[in-house]
Design a protein around this ligand. Structure first.
Ligand code: NDP
Length: 457
């Protein structure tokens, strides 16, 4: 027993905070967790989960179109946005309750109000109470970042609001070229909106493998999603019939909603961290070591607030590792290498490991195996969509160092490819694995000849 009120005070009830609290509680720690909004955090309330539900909804458009070639006559489908949003909200409510039950079962006391750091071992609650803790865990996540220099930016929405719109906008302009912009473009387009992406750079999804990026641009363009590159939004005004978005090329884009998906920043504002002596980086992220410990030894941080790899499963692992380390007496450092990820665009991207550019810079010889094909389903549906798969192999050790897929179920495949890459699988291991026929994934084990060999000069 310590002289503190609790052994652990967690600020933030999202994926990382809840996992840490639950595991610490399981080790017998006395845990309190404060959440000012809703349990579940970005992922459950206004991120991964509702997003994926909307993605599913948007993909029915393809299913209806594809059905004809398989003999189905489908009457003109009618989509109802309020029904989708109401059903999505019901599911989010259910998940939030499940999070509450999980915490109660782990004997975690949940405080439904804002908490801020008031010293290395003290937290101050919104009602003025102070709680002392042997350890404090900051797990407050991130928050959408809007450019400050755009007139009329108050007319814009972010993904936070996109999940709660009253009606499906007829015309949507989306600013940004990252995960959220690309995913919401697919969602809105699939549901029937006219979508324009405005991106400041040369090509969307910077940081992903170039072939996949190009493949997605082609697919989106074919579907009718307009992508304006090297273009910025300079202003937004409310006109007689919706919004008017001014672009850097001087043109005006009329629309009903202007959504900004221009990145997220760590949620550390007014959290008392600097006054407690916790070091933050230039973006406001809590600086931590491999064990998620901040510059103040009793204060830790996990998840997006640390701006390492901003993905839910990473926050969960960091939270778990923190609890094992501090309360399980079993130090665990989160391994941030080879984390698979997906962009739930339609078509979808799944990826793990190095891109071709990264691999070519990191290894003296890289063999590129690439294939692009029409899926079997497309033969009868008549869809022009192509699937792309790519493996990058270290020409010296034969290890597969990158795997990239564009097409249906790419995310599901990337998860399993993650196991292989993590286990150090070689191209020979892939070759020795029997194909599963007929599947798209069998292409991954049947690519025999490299399409290119890259030599580092
Ligand atoms: P990203 O960092 O992925 O993308 C931000 C985009 O906005 C980039 O294209 C960037 O351009 C552009 N941008 C940034 N600032 C400006 C500006 N001032 N003016 C114009 N454009 C700007 O952020 P997201 O918001 O899309 O997503 C945040 C994070 O959430 C992701 O990084 C990811 O970690 C996570 N996420 C993961 C998902 C998944 O796993 N499927 C889904 C959704 C989110 P540039 O390329 O030039 O920098």
């Amino acid at each position: 027993m310590t002289s503190f009120d609790v052994d652990l005070f967690v600020i933030g009830g999202g994926s990382g905070g809840v996992r840490a609290a639950r595991i610490a509680g399981g080790y017998g720690a006395r845990v309190m967790l404060a959440e000012e909004f809703r349990l579940g955090g970005t992922c459950v309330i206004r991120g991964c989960v509702p997003k994926k539900l909307l993605v599913y909804a948007s993909r029915f458009a393809d299913e209806f179109a594809d059905a004809k070639g398989f003999g189905w006559t489908v009457p003109a489908p009618i989509f109802d946005w309020p029904t989708l949003i109401a059903n999505k909200d019901k599911e989010i409510d259910r998940l939030e309750r499940a999070y509450g039950t999980t915490l109660a079962n782990a004997n975690v006391e949940v405080i439904r109000q804002r908490a801020v750091v008031d010293g290395p071992h003290t937290v101050r609650l919104a009602d003025g109470r102070r709680v002392t803790a042997a350890h404090i865990l900051v797990a407050t996540g991130g928050w959408p970042q809007l450019p400050a220099d755009i007139s009329g930016i108050e007319h814009a929405i972010t993904s936070n609001e996109a999940f709660y719109l009253d009606a499906l906008p007829k015309r949507v302009v989306i600013n940004g070229g990252g995960y959220i912009a690309v995913e919401f473009a697919g969602i809105f387009h699939g549901l029937g909106s006219e979508v324009t992406i405005v991106y400041r750079g040369d090509g969307i999804l910077r940081g992903f493998d170039d072939d996949l990026r190009a493949g997605l641009v082609e697919a989106y363009s074919r579907r009718g999603i307009r992508i304006l590159t090297r273009t910025r939004i300079t202003g937004i005004v409310r006109g007689a019939s919706g919004l008017e978005v001014a672009l850097s090329d001087g043109s005006i884009l009329p629309c009903d909603k202007a959504m900004f998906a221009t990145g997220r920043i760590p949620h550390t504002g007014n959290l008392g961290l600097e006054t407690a002596g916790v070091e933050l980086d230039g973006r406001g992220a809590v600086k931590v070591d491999a064990f998620s410990r901040s510059s103040i030894p009793s204060i830790y941080a996990v998840g997006d607030v640390t701006d390492r790899v901003n993905l839910t499963p990473v926050a969960i692992r960091e939270g778990h590792a923190f609890a094992d380390t501090v309360f399980g007496k079993h130090p665990v450092a989160m391994d941030h290498r080879l984390i698979p990820s997906a962009v739930f665009s339609t078509p979808e991207l799944g990826t793990v490991g190095l891109t071709e550019t990264q691999a070519a810079a990191a290894y003296p010889v890289i063999d590129v195996y690439k294939t692009s094909f029409r899926t079997m389903k497309a033969t009868l549906s008549g869809s022009a969509e192509r699937m792309m798969m790519k493996l990058l192999v270290d020409g010296v050790s034969d290890r597969v160092v990158g795997a990239h897929i564009l097409g249906p179920d790419a995310g599901e495949m990337a998860q399993l490819l993650g196991v292989l890459l993590k286990a150090g699988a070689t191209k020979r291991d892939f070759d020795q694995t029997c194909a599963l026929h007929p599947s798209a994934a069998e292409e991954l084990v049947t690519m025999r000849k490299p399409t290119a060999r890259l030599m580092r000069s």
